[in-house]
Ligand binder design. Structure first.
Ligand SMILES: [Zn+2]
Length: 479
């Protein structure tokens, strides 16, 4: 660990304060992030939140922490309105595409991880699906029932939020005000049999007039779990009853996370996590340029189809603090891409003349400390980026070697592939170039056996070939 101060500060929604981060277990962080509902493509607004969570994880790891990162996949029970009404999003998706719910879940989960990878988002240590944990959820609801927190009405088993002291503390509102706010903002019909507007469904009964694709037996009748219970149950299962950090988007604060806390407090007497972090929205500004797919949601694929590097979007996200709204326009994405190209070009030119010793001058240490200070200050990435540009313009005080090494260190957190152009500059022997061309032909002809054979030949020469969405990439293995 190269952090002499060792202090990380994070803004905790639960206390509404910037707090020093103290892990439960020394050197380790247990972190839960709410994952996607896999009924449709995730859009870039969703991905802004996942990038923020990825930056958080990378900053923790940069400080030497071992991070256990758990993310759920919601594949049942998330209704079209967060206020516990409407249809199950998964069943709606299945009807739309005339597929089974399971097929929809697999397809969009795969797409989600494909896009995550394009954005250099690290895969969580554990990815868990709601439908794999139905029995655990039923057991948990029984526990809540035994403790007297539940009641049953026509359409399901509900959590009585009035039974809990301090329900809604994450929102900063008390019980009465939360209920009044819900009443004032009610655009949808609430089940009139609910005791309080804030009460939420733990187990929902299947409709009597039609058969759902996903339903299970339970002590209360055939049905499916409510949305909030899965995160409480899986978080506790994989991270223990009490862990360090829980993250999500700000839209999770009033209902989803509030109810997660309620369920956990009813069972264990305290919130499941110490620090609650929330990412602000990406909003869409007016662009001069119109995308070809105007009117549809913007996905990672959309920005690639428009000719952008997915990591330009990651760069754009780093230009705003995660708790500030970020305005997306095609022009702002273009500026981000230009900045990213300039940085990569700079790294390439540094790599051409890596003179200078590997010893660290005081100036090197100064930059390193400043970077650490910025990222440890509630993930101040705009400040870290600004420092990077100062470093790029630094002319006398650092050697190329030092500048290059600093940028590579920073990129462990940025994850912008700053050295991408450097790899391309490496020279391949002509026979290897010929083999790569042959392999491309084989792939085009869908002759996978031949393509694999050539890949092995190249590997024997120390050349690793990777097929990426941007095309074939190769690197020479250091020996
Ligand atoms: Zn969740």
């Amino acid at each position: 660990m190269r952090n002499p101060k060792g202090d990380i500060y994070l803004f905790n929604t639960l206390t509404r304060k910037r707090e020093k981060f103290v892990p439960i277990e020394k050197g380790k962080v247990r972190m839960y992030c709410c994952g996607p509902t896999v009924y449709w493509y995730a859009h870039i607004g969703n991905f802004r939140t996942y990038i923020f969570e990825d930056v958080l994880r990378r900053v923790l790891e940069f400080n030497g922490f071992e991070v256990k990162h758990v993310m759920n996949i919601t594949d049942v029970g998330h209704l079209t309105s967060d206020a516990d009404t409407g249809e199950d999003k998964m069943e709606v998706g299945a009807q739309r595409e005339r597929k089974t719910v399971w097929e929809i879940a697999d397809f969009y989960a795969e797409k989600f991880f494909e896009d995550s990878e394009r954005l250099n988002i690290l895969r969580p240590t554990i990815v868990c699906r709601a439908t794999d944990h139905i029995a655990d959820m039923i057991e948990f609801i029984r526990k809540l029932e035994e403790k007297g927190y539940t009641y049953i009405i026509d359409d399901g088993v509900y959590f009585d939020t009035l039974k809990l002291k301090n329900y809604g503390k994450l929102t900063g509102m008390n019980f009465e005000r939360l209920n009044e706010t819900l009443k004032a903002g009610a655009r949808v019909e609430y089940n009139p049999n609910k005791r309080n507007l804030t009460d939420f469904c733990l187990w929902r009964f299947s409709p009597k007039d039609r058969k759902r694709q996903m339903e299970w037996d339970s002590p209360w009748g055939v049905g499916f779990p409510g949305w909030h219970i899965e995160c409480t149950v899986m978080g506790m299962k994989y991270l223990g009853e009490h862990f360090d950090i829980h993250c999500g988007g700000i839209d999770h604060i009033p209902i989803h996370h509030t109810n997660e806390i309620a369920q956990a407090e009813a069972a264990t007497g305290r919130p499941p996590a110490n620090y609650w972090l929330h990412g602000a929205f990406l909003v869409f500004g007016k662009s001069m340029k119109m995308a070809k797919s105007a009117g549809e949601i913007i996905t990672v694929q959309t920005i690639m189809d428009e000719g952008f590097d997915p990591l330009a979007f990651r760069y754009l996200c780093l230009t705003a603090h995660y708790r500030s709204e970020l305005v997306f326009t095609w022009e702002s994405l273009q500026s981000a891409q230009n900045a990213l190209s300039t940085l990569r070009e700079h790294v390439r030119s540094l790599a051409e003349n890596l003179e200078g010793s590997v010893s660290r001058s005081p100036k090197f240490e100064e930059y390193y400390e400043k970077f650490l200070e910025a990222v440890n200050d509630d993930l101040n990435m705009p400040k870290a980026l600004a420092l990077t540009w100062v470093l790029v313009r630094e002319e006398k005080m650092l050697t190329n070697r030092e500048k290059y090494d600093l940028l590579m260190e920073f990129d462990k957190v940025f994850a912008l592939d700053l050295a991408r152009n450097v790899q391309r500059e490496e020279k391949l022997p002509p026979e290897a170039e010929e083999l790569i061309r042959k392999r491309e032909d084989a792939r085009k002809a869908k002759d996978w056996t031949a393509a694999d054979k050539i890949r092995e030949q190249l590997r024997a020469m120390g050349i690793i070939v990777e097929d990426t969405p941007q095309g074939v990439r190769w690197r020479i293995e250091k020996r």
